[in-house]
Ligand binder design. Sequence first.
Ligand SMILES: [Zn+2]
Length: 336
Amino acid sequence: MRTSCSSIALGIVCAPIACCYLVFASCFCPGHLRQQEPEEKKRFERRQRMAPRPLPVRPAQRTLTIPVPEKSMCLEPRRGRTLDQSQSRLIGLPLELRQMIYRCVLGDSTMHMILKEERLGHLKCKAPSAVECRLGFNGRTLSRECCWGTFDFANIWTPMNGVKESTDGNIIPFLSTCRQIYSESINFLYSTNTFSFSDLDCLRYFSCTTLPNRFNMIQNLDIEWCMSWPIYDNIAQQLLLNNPALYPPYDETTWEETWRIVANMTNLKFIRVSLLYVDGFRDAACEAKMLAPLRKVTIPAKFEVHVSWSGEEVTDAPFQLIRPILPEPVSDDESL
Ligand SMILES: [Zn+2]
């Protein structure tokens, strides 16, 4: 009885606040209310249809890395065969020199990982580094269209006006040249590049479509994410008319899964995270819940988290939280 009375009293107190909130949100944030669901749902369903398939559990019968397993050679004697490459002038160079060439061709760049229809792709960054790659907001999400080309409403890469834009950084032909070159050079691709993600699903798909030993070679990660309002805010989510309130990848489950994957990457040395959250956090507790999964990432020597909103200083985390520098308030004396 006491509980029901409390509920009624709470309802009476909260109802005007909820009404004011709904009126405010429908006036100023209509995308968050009634009109959001069809668009969010449509986007989610297209992304589900176009999701890359994970690697099969059983090992592939055809391998590129030498030495080729005997079983593979028996099953596919032509495809599994290795040929003498001694006439190649590249192979004739000392291994140290070949490795310098491999690294120059495949490594030390930033690879923007992108979603394509039923697979992943990458675009080699045109800027000298990920930090210098100009980041913008296209009204829907973070955007680097100078490097990325064009994307549809579901953030899936789309050739512009039917013109075939080049993707995949022109590195696949080099890797497919011969089995020895592939075997000697593939590690440089993963260990020396910075892998840049602007879509959490992209990182999840990359982890399950790449061989685990290769994925674990990655040392540098760059993650940019435009969080959806109102992540980790149960009260605000209950007021939304969407069901679910937040569709993946903007939900808390995807966020936590992403950081579970990152926490298990054993060779990480540097992570730079840029988080954009237009509305800011309602209170510090919501922000603390959002940052909690990042605290499990303890391996990298340098871990920067840049956020677009102001708030309390965080000093007890394995990452450095960097907030925007706000302009000093102008005093009355100075303004005169
Ligand atoms: Zn770029």
